[in-house]
Design a binder for this molecule. Structure first.
Ligand code: ADP
Length: 266
């Protein structure tokens, strides 16, 4: 880990997963959402440029409709994403406003990022929002993105989107907030003797194996998708911290160069 490299961070992307936004009983995790709004707003006020990549539209949609199970039908999932996205943004807007911070919404699909012209447009839009002192809040446009062989507009998961946005915005750091303290040598929810890995400088096959399986009920990616995101981070010579979304205020310690979670970088 290179504390000095973290101390020079100016622009950062924070990615928060559904498991940090929705409680196991399906209710909104207001504590985490409030801490996120406070932490990011205060950083922005101090001169950092912050971008938030958020999951949670479908989870919030389930909550709005009082449903407990994610439907299997794609059209219904997309409807839930559309319903939940409005509620999620309304909640963010309200929470950030409490800390005198304005937010903007960007809904992206993979095709936007793949075409150079629309990619450039997305970058310029992000830069313009940041220049106004506003925090862009980004999600995949789940209500319309598709995953067909000949027409693939899905990113796959928001961990990957977090890494893509980090590269797109030329940010210095991706903070990946999850429901776990970092990457362990094996799944700590299964193995009691799992130990935290503090520093990863390369994504090896061995590491990929240790990440196996999907994660929580609401989180979709599990640890594998976080390591796939880390690969994109390494390819672009960026850095990433994987840490716990239940202690969001620690982002401040991370930016001060203190050891928290797992650091991915040289
Ligand atoms: P989020 O919704 O926050 O993106 P996920 O639930 O998708 O998070 O992924 C985190 C989960 O991945 C952990 O709670 C844990 O159950 C699982 N996991 C599997 N292998 C590992 C590992 N080696 N280290 C840490 N977590 C792991």
């Amino acid at each position: 880990m290179n504390p000095n490299k973290l101390k020079t961070v100016k622009r950062l992307v924070v990615k928060i997963g559904t498991s940090s936004l929705i409680l196991a009983n399906g209710q909104l995790n207001l504590k985490n959402i409030d801490e996120l709004a406070f932490s990011l707003s205060s950083l922005q006020h101090e001169g950092y440029e912050v971008i938030l990549v958020t999951s949670g539209a479908i989870g919030v949609g389930l909550n709005v409709l009082g449903m407990t199970r994610r439907p299997t039908e794609i059209a219904k999932q997309q409807a839930l994403a559309a319903i939940g996205q409005v509620e999620l943004m309304s909640l963010y807007n309200h929470m950030f406003a409490r800390y005198q911070q304005k937010v903007a919404q960007l809904l992206l699909t993979n095709d936007v990022i793949e075409y150079p012209e629309s990619r450039q447009n997305a970058t310029e839009s992000l830069n313009a929002i940041l220049a106004l002192g506003i925090i862009p809040i980004i999600n995949e446009n789940d209500a319309v993105s598709v995953d067909e062989m000949d027409h693939k507009t899905k990113f796959g998961d928001n961990d990957k989107l977090g890494a893509i946005v980090t590269n797109l915005s030329d940010a210095d750091l991706l903070v990946m907030l999850s429901d776990i303290d970092g990457l362990y040598d094996k799944n700590p929810n299964i193995f009691e003797d799992a130990t935290l890995i503090e520093h990863v400088s390369e994504i090896t096959d061995q590491l990929m194996k240790s990440a196996g399986g999907a994660g929580s009920r609401f989180g979709t990616g599990g640890m594998t998708s976080k390591l796939e995101a880390a690969k994109l981070i390494f390819e672009n010579d960026k850095q990433m911290i994987l840490t716990n979304g239940a202690r969001i205020w620690e982002i401040r310690d991370i930016l001060a160069g203190k050891k928290k979670g797992t650091y991915f970088g040289q």
